[in-house]
Design a protein around this ligand. Sequence first.
Ligand SMILES: NC(=O)c1ccc[n+]([C@@H]2O[C@H](COP(=O)([O-])OP(=O)(O)OC[C@H]3O[C@@H](n4cnc5c(N)ncnc54)[C@H](OP(=O)(O)O)[C@@H]3O)[C@@H](O)[C@H]2O)c1
Length: 396
Amino acid sequence: MQAISRRFGHHSSGHSSLRLIHPLGNQYYNGRENPRFGSTLAPQGIGHLVRKGTGGRSSVSGIVATVFGATGFLGRYVVQQLAKMGSQVLVPFRGSEDSHRHLKLMGDLGQIVPMKYNPRDEDSIKAVMAKANVVINLIGREYETRNYSFEEVNHSMAERLAIIAKEHGGIMRFIQVSCLGASSSSPSRFLRAKAASEESVLGELPEATVMRPAVMIGTEDRILNNWAQFVKKYAFLPLIGDGTTKIQPVYVLDVAAAVISALKDDGASMGKVYELGGPEILTTYELAELMFDMVREWPRYVKVPFPIAKAIASPREVLLKKVPFPLPNPSMFNLDQINALTIDTVVSDNALTFKDLGIVPHKLKGYPIEFLISYRKGGPNFGSTVSERVNPDAYP
Ligand SMILES: NC(=O)c1ccc[n+]([C@@H]2O[C@H](COP(=O)([O-])OP(=O)(O)OC[C@H]3O[C@@H](n4cnc5c(N)ncnc54)[C@H](OP(=O)(O)O)[C@@H]3O)[C@@H](O)[C@H]2O)c1
């Protein structure tokens, strides 16, 4: 981390009205002398913040980050890495006190600050952003509910955050986490909403950084865990399509490291879009094989052609807004994800990637999928190794 900036404490005069909206200490308003593209993000990123200490948990990084979506899967790793370098992390949450409890221990005393908010209420968003100089948006959801549409969660909320961050005037970095494959022509509504969110965020804040992670793997992931749970229950895995769709799964910690690396690069990543895929391109079948190896189960698949998978998934979508009670969230058969799986989702050739952030992503085989051992029948140490695996059907 770089040392102290001499520009700390310099203020441009044009933001006094913003300071009235968000009455903050002066230290949050430096670095806005040269607004680019009419935005209020500091052109030098966070490079001129005051830093103290050796860079560990009890140091001061100068970063005060509001992490929207911190209560989710990626959120815990982002918060942990921010806290580890001595940042203060404001954690907006909408659920119960339990939703953020695990984050509290990640930082020094008082460094993790949970704040109740309502994502539909601008004043409450302003309140959780008021003291921040960095905003990270991890809000997203891959299925719709009765209350929240894809568009609202994945697009409108991001747009609202960007508008408020722009108004704020003291936000030096805005990082928007989108999704690999986000495109206005995607067959998935989720990915179309993510594409719209990127456009809106960059429209409001051209210096924002957009991260597009591929499907994320890790202890709390929603792909290998769902598969392993299904296999444990039913002894087979439905393979949607014929299992040949190419994906590029990425270790969640690498994505969190990319967010932090972008924050620390003092502006080089501002206004850029990064595609974060793992080191290997796998078909869904190959990923499932990895899962079976780790849980030490004999792989049994049932191929579910796309039309049948869509037919299985459709009733929930049709009934979602029609029945007067909430429906279960889809795990294996999510219509929108089935639509997304009809095309390959890999990092494009000319995209900025982990390499441009100085990160070498982990291979999945090994530590990133080791958490699956908890699904082994009879305990983590039970079962044959992959090479010794024996087809149980061969022994009647
Ligand atoms: N997981 C993946 O494989 C993957 C892959 C590519 C991109 N992404 C994107 O990366 C980001 C983080 O992913 P993740 O896996 O950490 O997601 P996650 O575990 O589902 O967490 C999402 C976060 O968004 C919040 N959220 C969801 N719906 C909300 C709503 N209606 N109002 C307010 N907050 C809401 C959740 O808050 P609550 O805890 O209150 O629900 C949670 O904090 C998301 O934008 C996701 O789309 C994920």
